[in-house]
Design a protein around this ligand. Structure first.
Ligand code: HEC
Length: 471
């Protein structure tokens, strides 16, 4: 027994490397929030493990993905729970990564010498969002499809290379089966590899520069106190395991008792359809609605990219070594303002995502055949996902279509725009539609019929439109 131990200990370099790593003393008066790092590593392992099992049953093709998810949920033993853990685990990770980052921000844990620890942390935050975004498409249902359409159209607004970024993301011009396999590969191969690497570097940096010790109002002491009996193993890991057990129990309870909402397969028509991005992207989508036309690029690119840039460069911008929040009012105020903005956008975003497109406002007169055909296409293609008519019936992503007459748009202009929005306005996030000339003209006729300076408004239900029963 002893000989095996001594063999392993020698071959693995226990005394020299592993023991100092495992038993590294930490400052004794750390608060529990410091366990978040270890907690996240444990959760990452849970995501990897459940992800591997899910991948055994999943099939990344438009014809089978949706059924594969139904199969996992309905047939595979423990499948529903495994998927639940993976699903709610992902949301939990986003919350905790964000909290971990907030705590580090308010504690000034990014201050020298921990600049790179912070930078790798920001990378991990972005990778977590990347996992969320790519994973969202995999069930291949309506909301997966639409979130991907809107999300991947955002980089298109980037001058010159934007179109290529979107093409590379989508593997073409639209969301298709190739997009699905691409996202699947990124989700299961690329991101895990990048994340593991980043986690390794992050932990290494935390080790050489130490966990940031509790804040005192003086500039940082040069050396953390080393005499404590609080070591990484077993004391710190024990604490982290307690927190992990609590968090994991919550995830497990959610997985067992709260079914994951699944919508119709991508491309289905459903009057009750209510698409939305995953909740943690909601604030970003909401930000988009504040800017339109040429200014769209501000909401979709300048603010997010500026934000990321600011996050990464934070430790290099704010160089004072004061870590106590009271000593750095400007940083703290800025942080609180950003946080409040994100919360505000997120909450109004959720409030805004109520059902849409159940009714359409049209002119109160009998429509021509072409206008009726246009109305039907408007409903079938879910244009209301982004367009309101007279401030009603849709979401506010694009301009209100009742304004087209006032803007003196001609039928030709509308046809040209809807046929290929990016050809007219390179920054547009409006997707391209595969419609023939006649359908495009019908849509244009319908939009031009929305002349409410001449006609009263009539509201028709979506169902009547689809059944062809409007008068
Ligand atoms: C994903 C969101 C989205 C969807 C879905 C969408 N649009 Fe748009 N649309 C926009 C945005 C954003 C604009 C503003 C364009 C810009 O950036 O200049 C726009 C602009 C327009 C314009 C205005 C052009 C102008 O001349 O001002 C028309 C017309 C239009 N859309 C029609 C449609 C029709 C018809 C559909 C359904 C077949 C549709 N849109 C679906 C987002 C969308």
């Amino acid at each position: 027994m002893w000989r095996i131990r001594s063999f392993l200990s020698h071959r693995l370099g226990w005394d020299q490397y592993l023991k100092p790593f495992m038993e590294k003393p930490l400052p004794a008066n750390l608060s529990w929030t410091v366990t978040f790092g270890s907690l996240l590593v444990l959760l990452f392992i849970v995501q990897a493990a459940t992800g591997i099992v899910l991948a055994m049953y999943y099939n990344p093709s438009p014809d089978h993905a949706y059924q594969a998810i139904a199969f996992i949920t309905g047939e595979v033993s423990w499948g529903r729970i495994l998927r639940g853990i993976h699903h709610y685990g992902a949301s939990t990770m986003v919350v905790l990564v964000f909290t971990h980052m907030l705590v580090s921000f308010f504690n000034g844990a990014y201050k020298p010498p921990r600049e790179l620890t912070w930078v790798t942390g920001v990378c991990l935050f972005l990778l977590t969002l990347g996992f969320g975004f790519t994973g969202y498409l995999l069930p291949w249902d309506q909301k997966a499809y639409w979130a991907t359409v809107v999300g991947t159209n955002i980089p298109r607004q980037f001058p010159i290379i934007g179109k290529w970024i979107t093409r590379i993301l989508l593997a073409g011009d639209t969301v298709s089966g190739l997009t699905l396999t691409r996202f699947y590969a990124i989700h299961t191969l690329l991101l895990p590899a990048l994340a593991s690497m980043c986690i390794g570097i992050h932990i290494y940096l935390v080790r050489i520069h130490g966990i940031s010790e509790p804040v005192s109002s003086s500039p940082m002491p040069a050396k953390p106190c080393m005499e404590s009996e609080y070591r990484f193993f077993p004391e710190h890991l024990a604490r982290a395991s307690i927190v992990f057990t609590i968090v994991f129990s919550v995830v497990l309870l959610l997985a067992v008792f709260v079914d994951i909402p699944i919508e119709d397969v991508a491309g289905t028509l459903d009057p009750d359809y209510q698409p939305r991005p995953e909740w943690y992207f909601m604030w970003l989508f909401q930000l988009l609605t504040f800017f339109s036309g040429k200014l769209e690029i501000v909401g979709s690119l300048l603010i997010p990219i500026g934000g990321i840039f600011l996050l990464i460069s934070l430790p290099f911008i704010s160089r004072s070594t004061y870590r106590n929040p009271a000593d750095r009012p400007v940083e703290i105020a800025a942080g609180v303002a950003v946080l409040a903005g994100i919360l505000y956008l997120g909450i109004t975003g959720v409030a805004n995502s109520r059902p849409y497109g159940e009714t359409v406002s049209i002119a109160d007169r009998s429509l021509t055949e072409s206008e009726t055909a246009g109305l039907t296409i408007f409903v079938e293609k879910e244009c209301a996902y982004c367009h309101q008519i007279l401030g009603r019936g849709g979401r506010r992503q694009g301009p209100d279509l009742s304004n087209m007459v006032a803007k003196d748009r001609t039928g030709d202009e509308l046809v040209r725009f809807i046929k290929d929005p990016q050809a007219v306005s390179a920054w547009s996030i409006m997707p391209k539609y595969d419609l023939d000339e006649k359908e495009l003209e019908a849509l244009a006729d319908f939009i031009l019929s929305l002349d409410f300076s001449r006609y009263d408004v009539k509201t028709v239900s979506r169902e009547d439109v689809l059944n062809g029963t409007i008068k």
